[in-house]
Design a binder for this molecule. Structure first.
Ligand code: GDP
Ligand code: ADP
Length: 379
C-alpha cells in the first residue's frame, strides 16, 4: 500500500514495563496502553497536549496489537511510532502507531475528531491487489472463479461483508460475510473497513483484514466491488490495479442476469437501471486503468490473464509474508538508520537481529510492509 516513506529514527525511547508509557512528539505526549488488575494491556491511547494541558482519547482505527508486558518505542518520521514488543508471537511483534501520517490526517478531517491508527509491521512486500468492477451480471464472478480455479496458489479472494441475503449456492465466509446492518455499521465506525457502499439497496464493504489476510498469505488479492468502492480504494493507501468489465450490450446483460435466475424481477430492474450509470462511470471516471469486454467468455478470460501478466509457466508466487521472531528477552538499540535487537538473559545465545526500515511501505489502514533484516557494518 502506498510508496516507501522517507524514514529515519530520530528518537529512541527505551523499553517500558507494565504497558503504561508515553512517547513525546512535539507538544504532545501519547500515552499508550494501560494496565488492569496488574495485567498490562494495550488498552488504548491518550493524548496530552502540553500547551493546553488537556487530555483527549482519540478514535483508534485498525486492529491493534495484543497485550504485552513490555515494549520499546521509537518515534519515526511521518508521524509514526514504532513498537517492538517483548514476548509476542512473530506475527505480532512489530507495530506502527500512526499519530500524524497522511492517512491519519485524512481520517481526522473526515471524522472531525482526534484519530490514531495501528498498522502491523511485516517483512517482505506484497503483490498488488486487483480490483474488478462491473455491472451486475456482466461476468465478474465467473472470471474470478476461473482465475482462482486455474491459479489457486496465486490468487485469493477478498471476502466482502454484505447485508444482502445469500443466494442458494452462496456460503457464508466464502462468497460473503453475510452480516446484520448494525454489526457492519459498528465495525465501519471502528475503522475496520477499507471501503463500503450502498449498492442496489444493500450495504457492501471490504474489511481491511479481508484484504490483508490474503496478501499476507503471499497471494494477489482480488476485490469484486462496485464503482463507489473502487473510487474509495483508489483514494486509499492500497496501491491496486483497477479493471472494469463491460457487457457487449445492455440486452446481453439483461439476458445473463435473467438466465442466472438469482434476482427477483424488481431486483433485476433495479440492477439494470444502475448498470447504465456504472458502465458510464467505469469508462469515464478515470478510476479504472483497464477495460475488458466480456463478450466471448474464453476470449475475455484470456485478455484478463494477459492483463495480469500470467502465462501458463508463470512461477507461482505463494511466498508467505513472514512475521519477525524476536528473542523473548532483548534490548533494543538504534544503530545509524537500523535497529539492533540483542538477546539478553542467562540463556541468551547472543541472538542479534537488525531491522532495516529504510524500505518500509504501505501503512494504516493496512499493513506496513517491506521491513528488512539487515546487517551491521562491522566497525
Ligand atoms: N463497494 C463494494 N461493492 C461490493 C462489495 N462486494 C460486492 N460489491 C458489489 O456489489 C454489487 C452487487 O454484488 P452482488 O449482490 O454479489 O451481485 P452481482 O454483481 O450480480 O454478483 C456488485 O457490483 C459487486 O461488485 C464490497 O465489498 N464493496
Ligand atoms: N461471456 C459470457 N457469455 C455468456 N454468459 C456469461 C458470460 N460471462 C458470464 N456469463 C453468465 O452470466 C451470468 C452472470 O455472471 P456472473 O459472473 O454472476 O456476473 P457478476 O458476478 O458480474 O454479477 C452467469 O450465469 C454467468 O454464467
Amino acid at each position: 500500500m502506498g510508496g516507501a516513506p522517507a524514514f529515519f529514527v530520530d528518537h529512541l525511547e527505551n523499553g517500558h514495563t507494565n504497558g503504561d508509557s508515553s512517547v513525546e512528539i512535539g507538544d504532545r505526549s501519547y500515552v499508550i496502553g494501560g494496565s488492569h488488575e496488574g495485567n498490562p494491556l494495550f488498552l488504548g491511547v491518550q493524548i496530552h497536549d502540553k500547551i493546553t494541558n488537556k487530555w483527549s482519547s482519540p478514535t483508534v482505527l485498525g486492529t491493534g496489537p495484543k497485550p504485552c508486558k513490555a515494549y520499546s518505542a521509537f518515534v519515526l518520521k511521518q508521524g509514526r511510532i514504532l513498537f517492538i514488543k517483548k514476548g509476542s508471537a512473530s506475527d505480532d511483534s512489530i507495530w506502527f502507531l500512526e499519530v500524524d501520517s497522511p492517512f491519519v490526517r485524512e481520517q481526522r478531517k473526515l471524522l472531525g475528531k482526534e484519530v490514531v491508527a495501528w498498522s502491523k509491521g511485516v517483512r517482505g512486500n506484497a503483490e498488488k491487489p486487483i480490483v474488478i468492477s462491473g455491472p451486475s451480471g456482466v461476468g465478474k464472478g465467473t472470471l474470478i472463479t476461473m482465475l482462482m480455479k486455474e491459479f489457486p496458489s496465486m490468487f485469493g479472494f477478498s471476502v466482502s461483508h454484505t447485508t444482502r441475503s445469500p443466494r442458494c449456492m452462496e456460503k457464508n465466509g466464502v462468497h460473503y460475510h453475510f452480516t446484520d446492518k448494525n454489526v457492519m455499521e459498528k465495525e465501519i465506525n471502528d475503522g475496520k473497513f477499507l471501503e463500503f457502499a450502498s449498492v442496489h439497496g444493500n450495504l457492501y464493504g471490504t474489511s481491511i483484514e479481508s484484504v490483508e489476510v490474503v496478501t499476507d498469505s503471499g497471494k494477489r488479492c482480488i476485490l469484486d466491488i462496485d464503482v463507489q468502492g473502487a473510487r474509495s480504494v483508489k483514494a486509499s493507501s492500497l496501491d491496486a490495479m483497477f479493471i472494469f468489465v463491460c457487457p457487449p450490450s445492455m440486452k446481453e446483460l439483461e439476458d445473463r442476469l435473467r438466465a442466472r435466475g438469482t434476482e427477483t424481477e424488481e431486483q433485476i430492474q433495479k440492477r439494470l437501471r444502475n448498470a447504465e450509470a456504472e458502465i458510464k462511470a467505469g469508462k469515464s471516471s478515470g478510476i479504472f486503468g483497464h477495460i475488458l469486454y466480456n463478450d466471448n467468455l474464453d476470449e475475455c478470460y484470456k485478455s484478463l490473464k494477459n492483463l495480469l501478466g500470467i502465462d501458463n509457466d508463470t512461477p507461482v508466487n505463494g511466498v508467505e509474508v513472514e512475521g519477525i521472531n524476536l528473542p523473548k528477552e532483548h534490548t533494543v538499540t538504534k544503530m545509524e538508520d537500523k535497529i539492533l535487537i540483542q538477546e539478553t538473559g542467562e540463556a541468551a545465545k547472543n541472538i542479534r537481529i537488525v531491522l532495516d526500515l529504510s524500505s518500509i511501505n504501505g501503512g494504516a489502514p493496512g499493513r506496513t510492509r517491506g521491513i528488512g533484516l539487515g546487517t551491521l557494518k562491522s566497525s
